[in-house]
Design a protein around this ligand. Structure first.
Ligand code: G6P
Ligand code: ZN
Length: 539
């Protein structure tokens, strides 16, 4: 029994950096989620008899939208839906299940690090058969479909019990509820030396931020690796993440930061975000920027069994610091610079051109899945600590002594008036030709452009991916508007200064970047356009 419901398009369903993200209230409008899911199904070919994976980070609306998606998947011809118990699948675990099961794709229900609850955010992202976020040509086709959709279809199925593992057959569809953790934990055991980590007897604090990684971290860290009970904090996923932003940065995970800066800090501290794909790494007394973490992981990855054969290449998003490029150079392997968004790494990973990827936005991962993976980064760090016997601080200092240091910060101006933000970017783009040769304090502009990327595997081109101003000597500032926000615009200003080997490698980041901050203001007129004296978040 298939029910067909007439609908009209919503004009705001263009997927952003990472799927469609909106306020819960927007998703609760009649037909809103259905229109988007139907548009996905209308665009993907090969649904008849195929498997679809559905999982989410457990936030408010997760269970409801999963039931809707199951009914619609049945109507769309899927033969099997695999769903995580309780509606839970971390984003990297969903990517793994899609790959392991040979699924056609998956619906990942999350707004990642954005807050959850009735007045907060929800999201739907479609991942393709390689386990990764749909590439731009697919998201563009989905968007086009949302603008012409006239009806959606659902099978007449009562709510499925999502809490009991096992299979249910209904209306020609098999719904399989799986343990969300076990396949993922098994994959991690193939990549890392669990015995060595156990034997190292490290101490650790992991903040799951009341989000999806709680059950994964408890199973892997406390049960399989023998970390003390209580190592995992905030380990129960909550629909509203306890009212917090499940964003693992120094602002939203400040309690972990304080723990790690205290005299009695454990050896290692880490946190993950709402859907488990981001990571924050803090050693005792030492915060590691995501850009540095990528470089340090790449430089030491061979110490873990899964990467003992070496890396094929390293990829980073454009605003991520160039620290990883220096590692690639030393290893004699290629490095790639892509636009912001994990979807741009998928082709490089599929083609075997890159093994490790990372972004300044706290994402690192490898070719083991096609998403960034928070716990993977934590485990690779643990494996490196165990194999070297060094502290995080020692690894960081040794790294800078060998490669030099890329001082780095990102300044976010959140909830800015969209028109004002667009004007700022338009003015910047209008100035690109006149900037080279101009000086701002001690900094002289060497080049300025609007980043465009040509994918080396399929020659597809993505333009307007952020304005880069490169100074002589390797410093730079990048301006971009976020593609993941749900209200107003977020201006991101990425600041980077390279200090070579033998230079000031242990200075305060704020001091080292002051000149670039001043240049960014002079170039873009941030105060005048946004009315803000200070960024809202500095990471
Ligand atoms: C998500 C994406 C990342 C991206 C980040 C920031 O986490 O998966 O690939 O780097 O958002 O994106 P934004 O457009 O907000 O800067
Ligand atoms: Zn996330």
């Amino acid at each position: 029994m298939i029910r067909t419901v007439k609908t009209t398009p919503f004009t705001d369903q263009k997927p952003g950096t990472s799927g469609l993200r909106k306020k819960v209230k927007v998703f609760q409008q009649p037909n809103y989620a259905e229109n988007f899911i139907q548009s996905v199904f209308d665009v993907v070919e090969g649904r008849q008899g195929a498997t679809l994976v559905i999982g989410g980070d457990g936030r408010y609306l997760n269970r409801e939208v999963i039931q809707t998606a199951i009914r619609m998947a049945a109507a769309a011809g899927f033969a099997r839906v695999v769903v995580g118990q309780g509606g839970i699948l971390s984003t990297p675990a969903a990517s793994n299940v899609i790959r392991q099961r040979g699924a056609l794709g998956g619906l990942v229900l999350s707004a990642s690090h954005n807050p959850g609850g009735p007045d907060e955010d929800f999201g739907i992202k479609y991942n393709v058969a390689n386990g990764g976020p749909a590439p731009e040509k697919v998201t563009e086709a989905i968007h086009a479909r949302t603008l012409s959709i006239a009806e959606w279809h659902a099978a007449d199925i009562a709510d499925i019990d999502l809490d009991t593992p096992g299979e249910t057959q209904v209306e020609g569809l098999t719904v399989e509820v799986i343990d969300p953790v076990s396949d993922y934990a098994a994959l991690m055991e193939t990549l890392f030396d669990f015995d060595a980590i156990r034997a190292a007897k490290l101490t650790m604090a992991f903040d799951a931020m009341s989000a999806v990684t709680g059950p994964y971290a408890t199973e892997i860290l406390e049960k399989r690796l023998g970390f003390a009970p209580g190592t995992v904090r905030n380990g129960t996923p909550l629909e509203d993440f306890g009212g917090h932003h499940p964003d693992p940065n120094l602002v939203h995970a400040h309690e972990l930061y304080e723990t790690m800066m205290a005299g009695d800090a454990p050896d290692f501290g880490a946190a993950s975000d709402g859907d488990g794909d981001r990571n924050l790494i803090i050693g005792r007394g030492r915060f590691v920027t995501p850009s540095d973490s990528l470089a340090m992981l790449a430089a030491n990855a061979h110490l873990a069994p899964g990467y003992a054969g070496g890396l094929k290449g390293i990829a980073r998003s454009m605003p991520t610091s160039a620290a990883a490029d220096r590692v690639a150079e030393k290893l004699g392997i290629p490095s790639f610079e892509t636009p912001t968004g994990w979807k741009f790494f998928g082709n490089l990973l599929d083609a075997g051109m890159a093994t490790i990827c990372g972004e300044e936005s706290a994402g690192t991962g490898s070719d083991h899945v096609r998403e960034k993976d928070g716990l993977w980064a934590v485990l690779l760090w643990l494996n490196i600590l165990a194999a070297t016997g060094k502290s995080v601080d020692r690894i960081a200092r040794d790294h800078w002594a060998e490669y030099g240091r890329n001082y780095y910060a990102r300044h976010d101006y959140e909830g800015v008036d969209s028109a004002a933000a667009d004007t700022l970017m338009a003015e910047l783009r209008g100035k690109l030709d006149e900037l080279p040769g101009t000086s701002f304090g001690a900094l002289t502009v060497a080049a300025a452009d609007d980043f465009a990327y040509e994918d080396p595997t399929d020659a597809s081109v993505s333009r307007n991916q952020g304005v880069r101003v490169l100074f002589e000597g390797g410093s730079r500032v990048v301006f971009r508007l976020s593609g993941t926000g749900t209200s107003g615009a977020t201006l991101r200003v990425y600041l980077e200064r390279y200090e070579p080997v033998g230079g000031a490698l242990d200075a305060e980041t704020g001091v080292m970047l002051a000149g670039i901050v001043a240049a960014a203001e002079a170039i873009a007129g941030i105060r005048a356009h946004t009315g803000r004296e200070q960024p809202d978040v500095v990471t």
